[in-house]
Design a protein around this ligand. Structure first.
Ligand code: FE2
Length: 191
């Protein structure tokens, strides 16, 4: 379920928009200069190798990167592995990496081939939480204050587009704003 929840930046309980309508989500985000679109998701993505996924999406990736600005395109994937005693620590470590507010020097472009993750965009006096699911493409403009929650059971496959090899590195603001907002798990259980 793709979801957009718009909240006041100084009061997460002040929910101004909550919608699962793709068209409304795209329009709300476009009004803020944020690109959002849906590509047909591959049912069996989890069982498909990263190379085969890149091959499957080659035409769309080429179209998105027609200017050649993205020099590094890869796939990030994480799935629950309860048989691995290290999994809880791996999941916690991965989740905490981008859970605090930061920005990047380049656009953060992600296509979710499967699973889900939530981007929180801190735009002026509002925070837009965007839960992306398999099929969603989101582009967070360079310099935009944001954070990302992959939830307590991280499970997603995402195509990442970078201009520079270290484009994923975050410039953290030190602001604890994210602690006052619902987590991905909480957003999904709220009605
Ligand atoms: Fe980021």
């Amino acid at each position: 379920m793709t979801l957009l929840q718009v909240m006041a930046a100084d009061n997460a309980a002040d929910v101004r928009v909550r919608t699962t309508d793709d068209t409304v989500i795209a329009a709300e985000l476009a009004a803020h200069g944020i690109a959002f679109e849906r590509w047909p998701a591959l049912e069996e993505a989890a069982a498909t190798s990263s190379d085969d996924l890149l091959a499957h999406y080659a035409d769309r990736v080429a179209e998105l990167n027609a200017s050649g600005r993205y020099k590094h395109i890869d796939i990030a994937r994480i799935h629950p592995d309860d048989a691995n005693p290290e999994w809880p620590a791996i999941a916690k470590g991965a989740r905490e990496k981008f859970l605090n507010e930061h920005r990047h020097a380049e656009d953060e472009v992600r296509y979710f081939a499967a699973g889900r993750g939530c981007f929180y965009l801190h735009l002026g006096d509002e925070v837009l939480a965007v839960v992306c699911e398999g099929g969603d493409l989101l582009s967070v403009p360079a310099g935009t204050l944001h954070w990302f929650d992959m939830g307590t059971r991280p499970d997603f496959i995402a195509i990442r587009f970078f201009e520079e090899e270290d484009g994923w590195i975050g410039d953290f603001t030190g602001d604890r704003i994210s602690e006052g907002f619902p987590t991905l798990d909480e957003l999904l259980t709220a009605s």
